[in-house]
Design a protein around this ligand. Sequence first.
Ligand code: MTE
Length: 306
Amino acid sequence: MAWIKTPKNWELPNQEITPEDIYLRRREFLSTTLKFSAAAMTLMHPISYSSPLCAEEKKEIPSFDPTPESIASKFNNFYEFGVEKDQLWKSARKLETKNWTIEVGGLVKKSKTLDVETLIQRFPEEERVYRLRCVEAWSVVIPWLGFPLRLLIDQLDPLPSARYVKFTTFLLPNIALAQKNRFWEPWPYTEGLTLEEARHDLTFMATGVYGHPIPNQHGAPIRLIVPWKYGFKSIKSIVRIDFTDKLPATFYTSMSPLEYDFEANVNPDIPYARWHQAFERIPGKEETEKTLLYNGYAKQVASMYS
Ligand code: MTE
């Protein structure tokens, strides 16, 4: 009898994945990508992109062709360390990620401290190739290693009254200098999801990339990945998880509530105040691509919003 493997809804047909040796050989990160890096923030997201051409010709099926690591690891957002995307891989090195812990509190049976090294051993490691679409209208495809957040939530015993999960990044102004220099911003960086979103099979805790432990600029030692939402929801270097019954305030919704919403699902039809969201640039490539509803994950997530 033939053995039939039912693919999970985040899995890709093998032929859609470019072999590592091919994508690694792709051309190096062009200095031209700087043309869409953020100038100091109005600063964080100051970009006003002109309309890309040839909209009709662009394909609408999602691409899962991984971005070469040499590009994705040197084109980041991590505002705690500044706004120069091509420099964060260096400036974020200052972060010490050994003996990292996560405090768990709020509406849970028992508050606790999780040791991340131990936590990583607790769940089988999975690799997921996910699209990441930044609100700044660029995107990458990254093979993450880690485990579904749902597995962790099940072990944390949230109370029945819990409706949201709030995540918090470290507060270390002597290391992450933007937290000192831009003291008026609502540090530490925080994000949140509904409990239903947090338990969705696509929602992932990443502890590795491209087959190795996650480097600091990508959010070491542990970060969230929510591939159908704008990248700012995918909070890096988490130190706290709280369960709440109220919609949590987040870094962006506190700073600019008219511009950033809590839900932040990728939607090409809803332009942001300062730029459209219909297209996205791919670092290292000249051409833009059409942005897809829910970043190409509509089949898996649309029912949560209907
Ligand atoms: N998490 C923290 N703590 N600080 C940040 O500045 N930037 C977000 C998100 N997570 C950010 C963060 C944004 S805007 C994006 S697009 C993604 O991280 C980028 O992830 P990457 O650099 O790993 O590609």
